[in-house]
Design a protein around this ligand. Structure first.
Ligand code: OAD
Length: 268
């Protein structure tokens, strides 16, 4: 691990076009659940078909809105962890470094990373379901849903919150996230694909690499000849493509790479 870490630091120090690609794992140590980890992953506890599809919202908008309000509350009460801060440090050390995330939280932004590309939307950018898909705001009444949580932090069973109505057109407001069966925002996907194709170093952090088309982004970097560093405590679909595979958590490994790449005495 030490040799791999030093090699990763060397690659980072000399790279010119860096992409940091993150998934739910980078926010795990902030207390935001991942999707596919056994026991703690959201999809091991909740049925995605009933909560994360356009059909689910159509069938039961109050259930879906309530679930996303619970998730939004979890994120609002979370803080960026040393992994997010290390990503910000990379963006400051490597001009033009690009951060692409599959996460719908705002922890990269709150850690100070500029211009984060969100492939799967945001918990904080609701929009209406009408033709114009207007951006919408949250009504004050749904700001503090944490009070409705059970002691374990789960949403109260079947807790439903009616979504607000769009002030412009009267249509229902929906979470601004990408659901199963929906297309990714075109501009975000283009930015991610072009950045990966142009990269010489690609860091993939805390993602299982299973959900397409996002999972294609690291593969684009591989085909372009970039070195790929993975940070993850578990094996993933991307293991085969990695130049260096650092087995460990984001909050431990990322700060260690940054510290080895730019020892404190050399930092500006
Ligand atoms: P997953 O839940 O599929 O994978 C999380 C990854 O994070 C796993 O590989 C874990 O081993 C790893 N992990 C767990 N704790 C970690 C830690 N402390 N440090 C580093 N890694 C850790 O999450 P994603 O790959 O992000 O889509 O999932 C991709 C998409 O699937 C999500 O964006 C979401 C979901 O359905 C939408 O909502 C559209």
């Amino acid at each position: 691990m030490d040799t791999d870490l030093q090699q990763a630091a060397g690659l980072l120090r000399t790279a010119r076009r860096v992409v940091v690609f993150t998934g739910a794992g980078i926010s795990a140590e902030s207390g935001v659940p991942t999707f596919r980890d056994d026991l703690t992953g959201l999809w091991s506890r909740f049925n995605a078909e009933h909560l994360a599809t356009p059909e689910a919202f159509h069938a039961d908008p109050d259930l879906v809105w309530g679930w996303y309000e619970w998730r939004r509350s979890r994120v609002r009460h979370a803080e960026p962890n040393p992994g997010h801060l290390a990503v910000t440090a990379i963006t400051r050390r490597v001009p033009g470094a690009v951060v692409v995330t599959q996460n719908v939280d705002d922890l990269h932004e709150r850690a100070g990373s500029p211009e984060v590309t969100h492939l799967h939307g945001s918990l904080f950018a609701p929009r209406c379901v009408g033709d114009g898909a207007h951006p919408a705001t949250f009504p004050d009444a749904t700001q503090n849903v944490a009070h409705d949580e059970s002691p374990s932090g789960e949403p109260a069973d079947g807790r439903r919150i009616p979504p607000p109505l769009c002030v412009s057109c009267g249509a229902l407001v929906r979470p601004g996230v990408v659901w199963f069966g929906e297309e990714l925002p075109g501009s975000a996907l283009t930015t991610a694909a072009e950045s990966a194709a142009a990269s010489d170093l690609f860091l993939t952090v805390g993602t299982s690499g299973m959900v397409y088309p996002a999972a294609e982004i690291p593969r684009i970097a591989v085909r372009a000849g970039a070195a790929v560093i993975q940070v993850n405590p578990q094996p993933t679909q991307l293991d085969l493509f990695c130049t260096i595979n650092l087995l460990g958590t984001a909050a431990h490994v990322l700060p260690a790479i940054v510290a080895a790449a730019w020892p404190p005495s050399t930092r500006g």
